[in-house]
Design a protein around this ligand. Structure first.
Ligand code: NAP
Length: 294
């Protein structure tokens, strides 16, 4: 069997088209969704993520309040800026780009965003609501993974999902979202990590494997059963002298071998990646709707 490729770019485009229609409807009521963005320092990867987020906002019609601050910015100044945005009625979502420079306290910065504007879904109030199955802002990458599965027609309910990775931004939330007794969920979920003795023992039993380990070839063909659905969250740079940049991006899955056994698989790039910003736009729109209905 050679897997069908899940086209993340296409799914992201479809969702963005839906978001755009809803934004136009809001604008007809003189409400423009707004996203406040805070980038501290000059980490090149963070800078390019923030630029991509700002461009996506512009394209779809979301107002973005961009704040690029020097690496020397104090904790007090960041919290003051977040507070200004917390109280700014033009801004419905606030994003503090991580990682922050080492002298800053990330969790304090994230907690200073009021949960009602926490469109990244990282505030403990939103994390707690997600775990107990209440309506909240879902973190963007895991929500994108669930949307990829659902919109590819994958039956999640009753499936055995194995998640490889237990980070707070991907592994734990995606596992939590998929085990809820809800639509696009209701799976039996196993989580593997570096303390798991034999990851293949678990992944070979999985109907769906989600890999978010940050290591190339974490999942190989011998670790999956025929017909498995594979979602590769990983983004790793590996040296490639044939490229002008000197590197290429690969995921955490040994794509070439696993695709021969899987029924569906995401590529890297072009799988989960395009979904993350899309779900941020979605959360910002949802927040604007929430504020409008207050
Ligand atoms: P992270 O914070 O480094 O967490 C990695 C997790 O994987 C940890 O729980 C770690 O286990 C586990 N792990 C690492 N190596 C493993 C192995 N060999 N076997 C089993 N488990 C292993 O990473 P993250 O933030 O979750 O990100 C994961 C990957 O997704 C990265 O490549 C990142 O770049 C990518 N990512 C992509 C997007 C996107 O938009 N496409 C968004 C976020 C992240 P321990 O807990 O035991 O250390």
């Amino acid at each position: 069997m050679t897997a069908k490729i899940i086209d993340g770019k296409q799914v992201a485009q479809d969702i963005r088209a839906e978001i755009k229609i809803r934004i136009e409807q809001l604008k007809a009521r003189e409400i423009t969704p707004g996203l406040g963005v805070i980038l501290v320092g000059d980490d090149p990867a963070s800078r390019s993520y923030v630029t991509a987020k700002e461009e996506a906002c512009r394209e779809i019609g979301i107002f973005s309040d961009d704040n690029r601050l020097p690496a020397s910015t104090s904790q007090k100044d960041i919290v003051a800026l977040v507070n200004r945005m917390n109280n700014d009625s033009r801004i419905h979502g606030i994003l503090v780009q991580l990682p922050l420079p080492k002298h800053l306290n990330e969790s304090e910065a994230l907690r200073s965003v009021i949960p009602e504007k926490d469109v990244d879904g990282f505030h403990p109030v939103n994390v707690g609501k997600m775990v107990i199955g209440e309506k909240c802002f879902l973190p963007c990458t895991p929500h994108g993974v669930v949307q990829l599965l659902a919109r590819s027609g994958v039956k999640i309910s009753g499936s055995h999902v194995v998640v490889v990775g237990r980070s707070n931004i991907v592994g734990k939330p995606v596992a939590n979202m998929l085990l809820q007794k809800k639509e696009n969920a209701n799976a039996t979920v196993t989580i593997c990590h570096t303390g798991t003795k034999d990851i293949g023992y678990f992944t070979r039993q999985a109907d769906i494997v989600i890999v978010a380990a940050g290591r190339p070839k974490t999942l190989t063909a011998g670790m999956v059963k025929d017909g498995v659905v594979v979602i590769d969250v990983g983004v790793n740079r590996i040296e490639d002298k044939t490229k002008k940049s000197g590197f290429r991006l690969v995921g955490d899955v040994d794509f070439e071998s696993v695709k021969e056994k899987a029924s569906l698989i995401t590529p890297v790039p072009g799988g989960v990646g395009p979904m993350t910003i899309t779900m941020l736009l979605y959360n910002t729109l949802e927040s604007a709707c929430n504020f409008a209905s207050r």
